[in-house]
Design a protein around this ligand. Structure first.
Ligand SMILES: Cc1ncc(COP(=O)(O)O)c(C=O)c1O
Length: 386
């Protein structure tokens, strides 16, 4: 099997699995229990929080554990919007954001907020002059992904953050850094953002656990009420195995100066090999391979249906996807491509190949060879269908 769907999820690291197993077998107490087993679980959770905070360069009391990236995004957006003054009900975002950002914003729109899209360059980067033109004191919140999950656009959140400082009162700045963690530096996100969302399963950690960083002073109303865990901001018995797995996964990440250059070098090999086998039938969607995030390559193969190719490749052991994992099953793929102004056939024939630090160069070469072979095999069938 050649696994090239790391933007959907990554294989948990063996040390992550071991850390989780301990809390499922031995240290299984409830962190809220007053006895020894509970106190041990509490200690483990707080130790993981401390470790994650240390790797991120933030304070541990600024972290809120959630059930994943989706909840972190929902909590950031819905939890702050509830406190928006009546005269500040505009929200700015990008049309290429993940559904876990766009859907809560659509919900807010149904409840009296105006949600507007910041204009984009064809590669998905926001246009600074477009942001400036939309920015007035009635904007309460701006939400932007640091790395786009489908085409890998890497946003300059530093410039965005500086532009937001030009208006008074400054809008809150939420940054979805879920696809960025471990791949590009998060420093600008914590410097300029007010809320930053992260998820465990994109960094070789477990699924169903995430974390929201909140700058001190940002007022957040919880979405879940109950036992008052996470300083009252996220009630519910802590996902102790998940949190420990997340802590271990964060600890195993190597510090990225700007972007993981080693990963980028491997992505460039994948692109060169793909061109070798497909020639100019393959076109890149979104940023050029050398400019985007180091782990995502989104291409379209002329005359081919993306889902047909994904299925054929899966049968040969090459696993990738047409787009966002959560939207492909619901046949919504192509939204991001449309937002970039690409013709519908580019979205319909899109393939997302995504790498991780575990991806071997030989596998990338082999995947490109199999891709070329599969396109040649399917070509006559696709032509007959049309
Ligand atoms: C950019 C982005 N935001 C949010 C999410 C949702 O995170 P989770 O799967 O942890 O709910 C994902 C995962 O697909 C993502 O790629």
């Amino acid at each position: 099997m050649i696994y090239l769907d790391n933007a959907a999820t990554t294989r948990p690291h063996p040390d992550v699995v071991a850390a989780m197993e301990k809390t499922l077998t031995v240290a299984f107490g409830n962190p809220s229990s007053a006895h020894g087993l509970g106190m041990e679980a509490y200690r483990l959770v707080e130790e993981a929080r401390k470790r994650i905070a240390l790797t991120l360069g933030v304070e541990r009391q600024e972290l809120i554990f959630t059930s994943g990236g989706t909840e972190a995004n929902n909590l950031a957006l819905l939890g702050t919007a509830q406190n928006a003054p009546p005269k500040r009900r505009r929200i700015l975002t990008l049309a290429i954001e993940h559904d876990s950002v766009l859907q809560p914003l659509a919900h807010l729109e149904r409840h009296g907020f105006a949600v507007e899209m910041i204009p984009l360059h064809p590669d998905g980067r926001f246009r600074p002059e477009g942001l400036r033109a939309l920015l007035t004191p009635d904007v309460f919140l701006v939400s932007m992904g640091l790395v786009n999950n489908e085409v890998g656009t890497w946003q300059d959140v530093e410039t965005a953050g500086q532009i937001l400082q030009e208006v008074e009162p400054k809008p809150l700045f939420h940054i979805d850094a879920i696809q960025a963690w471990g791949k590009v530096s998060l420093r600008p996100a914590f410097r300029y953002g007010d809320l930053v969302s992260l998820s465990g399963h994109k960094i070789h950690g477990p699924k169903g656990v995430g974390v929201l960083w909140k700058r001190p002073g940002v007022v957040l109303t919880p979405l879940l009420f109950g036992g008052g865990q996470e300083a009252g901001l996220r009630s519910g018995t802590e996902n102790v195995p998940g949190i420990l797995g997340l802590g271990k996964a964060a600890e195993l990440l190597t510090e990225v100066e700007s972007r993981d250059e080693d990963l980028l070098a491997r992505k460039m090999i994948l692109w060169e090999e793909t061109q070798k086998h497909l020639g100019d039938r393959a076109a890149v969607n979104g940023p050029s391979p050398e400019e985007g995030a180091p782990h995502i390559l989104n291409i379209s193969v002329a005359g081919m249906g993306g889902s047909v190719l994904v299925e054929a490749l899966s049968q040969k052991g090459v696993l990738l996807s047409t787009g966002s994992a959560c939207s492909t099953r619901h046949m919504q793929s192509g939204r991001v491509h449309r937002a970039l102004g690409l013709p519908p056939e580019r979205g319909a024939s899109a393939l997302r190949l995504s790498l991780s630090r575990d991806t071997a160069v030989e596998d990338l070469k082999e995947a490109a060879r199999i891709l070329g072979e599969t396109v040649r095999e399917l070509g006559p069938i696709m032509r007959r269908r049309r």
